[in-house]
Design a protein around this ligand. Structure first.
Ligand code: ZN
Length: 310
């Protein structure tokens, strides 16, 4: 199940009908999570043996020493009062929609009593999207800042603030967009952007920027650096066209899916969701996103609702 090259129909359901067949009840969901969590087979943390019994309530019992282990401990499912089958339905719903869903959409689809519950679920799922890609960007990478309008939390009526987001996006030989990474530097123009570059871009890559003074340090950091000053270009959007393309797609997504209900404090999570979707936009198998999100979810810390509101 925990395959590097997951296959539809083998590692993940391809259609809603298959989804229903694979996960008729909570036990089936738990079994699937166990396989994602222990891709090489269950191993008892106490005695190291591999035989177990599923004992309900998300517990695996070692057939040798009797130690009970949870497949969900430390994940977003940990101590959830919601049946796993409901979680699975939510994840299927969220990943099967090409552009994602709003909390309101999730509330309607699953019949949640409150908007707040649906919203908290969406946030938990977004946090599971945080880990999507540990692989570094490589080749030719455009690096620049964009500005996205946000709405300050706690200010009713929508006082608008612009948030600076640093974008790194790959360009291939045919100038198509590759994978993307986002970061919100604080303060906006700080050298944090260099740290971000170091964290997400492979040394030796060619980085294109607008020539901001700090980026002149990139060669000393092991990168090749190419820059075009904005004021020397006829058309500003032609300077770093990949970043500008990502910016307009991101803004359209925020407007279309989230309906501008974006507070600054939660913006990083929306960016995580967008990067998760963007980097898989060419995947024709929606079930693959379902698989990846669940795979990441079993490796995610639990986030109580109180913490999300903090
Ligand atoms: Zn054991």
């Amino acid at each position: 199940m925990g395959s590097e090259h997951p296959t539809g129909g083998v590692n993940y359901p391809r259609t809603y009908q298959e989804f229903r067949e694979w996960f008729p009840d909570d036990a089936a969901c738990l079994d699937y999570l166990g396989q994602l969590r222990w891709p090489h087979g269950f191993m008892c943390p106490a005695c190291g043996k591999d035989r177990y019994w599923p004992t309900g309530k998300a517990l695996f019992m070692c057939a040798d020493c009797g130690r009970k282990t949870s497949a969900t401990a430390g994940t977003i499912f940990h101590r959830s009062h919601t049946p796993l089958s409901t979680w699975f339905a939510a994840i299927w719903f969220v990943t099967s929609q090409k552009n994602g869903v709003s909390a309101l959409g999730l509330q309607r689809a699953l019949g949640f009593g409150s908007y707040e519950t649906a919203w908290a679920w969406m946030q938990k799922l977004r946090r599971a999207m945080v880990r999507p890609d540990r692989d570094l960007l490589s080749g030719v990478v455009e690096l620049d800042q964009i500005y996205v309008g946000g709405r300050s939390a706690g200010k009713k009526g929508g006082s608008t603030d612009k948030v600076v987001i640093t974008v790194a996006v790959e360009r291939d030989r045919r100038q198509r967009l590759g994978r993307v990474r986002f970061h919100i530097p604080e303060p906006a123009n700080s050298h944090e952007q260099l740290d971000f570059a170091r964290q997400v871009i492979e040394p030796g890559s060619l980085i294109r920027t607008d020539g901001l003074l700090m980026f002149r340090q990139l060669p000393a950091m092991g990168y090749r650096h190419e820059f075009v000053r904005g004021h020397q270009a006829d058309d500003i959007t032609e300077v770093l066209p990949g970043v500008h393309r990502v910016a307009s797609l991101l803004k359209r997504w925020v407007a279309g899916t989230l309906h501008h209900h974006v507070s600054l404090e939660h913006l990083p999570y929306y960016l995580d969701e967008y990067a998760f979707r963007f980097n898989r936009r060419n995947s024709t198998a929606r079930g693959m996103l379902f698989y990846r999100l669940l795979q990441q979810a079993v490796a995610t810390d639990p986030h109580p609702l109180t913490e999300l509101h903090a």
